[in-house]
Design a protein around this ligand. Structure first.
Ligand SMILES: [Zn+2]
Length: 390
């Protein structure tokens, strides 16, 4: 399908959102990121909809309560905005991004041990499992944790080993994406690509590196300078999953696509500003990791209704909803599906379609995807929740 003209909100199949979105239970201390909202009558429980979670950063996955515990244990005073109940919200400018980065760094500086690293992977898998995720692809830049565990190799091996254990414990299949940072030298990215390449193959039952990413401020660095790192990853059979089209528009997307040859774009939402580009991306089969709450909290869009999810669906794009950094935005995977239902009025069939696309876009083996697709079909075949008695 070809995209509609930019700016026009296309009509979507589905039913209108119920008046008054269901509210989340409130907690006296820390927000619950996994407590599902009640299922509206006539609709199916989205927490039970099998789905793949393809955009989640390592430290950003941390539970707010775990962050507080780690800070207390280390006697570290956290910035006030990491202590309060409000999610971080910043304007979409350099200062806004700086505030986001400072918050992220404050959290990351607490992750100084193997135990802390294992805890993050384990809790992310548990939280994903509670939300119906069957597959988690988590991004990590091992450089950040290397000083505390003896280097980038042990840092990555800890993540992979805990991913294996957490997969077995929770049933969530986990693949790891090694992500280089735009604010570091492109030679550092090559070092990471070589490291990632060594873990591209793993025996059955072991977690492995499935992709190579590029994260951090999209306005920093020169995209083609990172191409050699992506070629190293590509030769090892790793999928390219860089960020792009989040803070910058179509030109940046074009740069990322032509230089890094992605199979998925981290965000990519601003490609919708150029319908021709969007059509080319769709034709090329490049999937979009769409993280609506993150977009709103980083000021890319004013509110959820402005996130161009309907435009992407209308254009025939493959979309995988993701949480990005629930630690800072206080919103996990399930909330993205709930909001897609409440804000855009997506039907259960349309939501099952999104879940199917997330599975399609995952880097899991085809045999696993077939099992998950059948489970999605089974979810949709179930009768929806019954109406409460009058
Ligand atoms: Zn991201």
């Amino acid at each position: 399908m070809r995209p509609s003209p930019a700016g026009r909100r296309p009509a979507l199949p589905g039913i209108p959102a119920a008046p008054g979105a269901p509210s989340r239970p409130e907690s006296a201390d820390q927000p619950s990121l996994t407590e599902p909202a009640p299922t509206p009558a006539g609709r199916r429980d989205l927490a039970r909809l099998p789905k793949a979670h393809l955009h989640l950063h390592f430290t950003g996955a941390m539970r707010p309560a775990s962050l507080l515990e780690m800070a207390a244990a280390q006697g570290v005073r956290l910035p006030a905005h990491l202590l309060d109940l409000d999610p971080l919200t910043v304007p979409a400018d350099a200062r806004g991004w700086f505030r986001f980065q400072r918050s992220y760094d404050a959290a990351r500086h607490l992750v100084r041990s193997e135990a802390a690293m294992r805890r993050i992977v384990r809790e992310a898998a548990e939280d994903d499992a509670a939300e119906g995720s069957v597959r988690l692809e988590m991004q990590v830049d091992p450089t950040s944790y290397a000083p505390w565990v003896g280097g980038i190799t042990p840092a990555l091996e800890i993540v992979l080993d805990e991913a294996r254990l957490a997969s077995a414990a929770t049933g969530v299949d986990i693949g790891i994406v090694v992500a280089a940072s735009r604010i570091r030298h492109p030679l550092d990215a090559r070092v990471l690509a070589r490291l990632a390449a060594q873990y591209a193959d793993a025996p059955a039952g072991q977690a492995r590196v499935v992709g190579f990413g590029l994260s951090n401020d999209e306005r920093m660095g020169t995209t083609p300078a990172f191409a050699p790192a992506f070629r190293i990853a590509e030769r090892a059979g790793l999928a390219a999953v860089p960020h792009g089209g989040e803070l910058l528009g179509p030109e940046s997307v074009l740069d990322v696509v032509s230089s890094l040859r992605p199979v998925r774009l981290g965000h990519g939402v601003r490609a919708t500003e150029d319908p021709d580009l969007l059509a080319r991306l769709v034709d090329a089969g490049i999937a979009f990791e769409v993280c609506p709450t993150s977009n709103v909290h980083l000021g890319v869009y004013r509110d959820f209704s402005q996130v161009p999810l309907p435009l992407l669906i209308e254009a025939g794009a493959t979309v995988a909803l993701g949480a990005d950094d629930p630690l800072l935005f206080h919103s996990r995977l399930l909330a993205q599906y709930e909001a897609a239902r409440d804000v855009f009025g997506l039907s259960d069939a349309a939501l099952a379609g999104l879940a199917r696309q997330s599975v399609d876009a995952s880097l899991a083996p085809e045999s696993s995807k077939a099992v998950w697709r059948a489970r999605i079909d089974a979810w949709l075949a179930e009768p929806p929740a019954s109406s409460p008695p009058d």
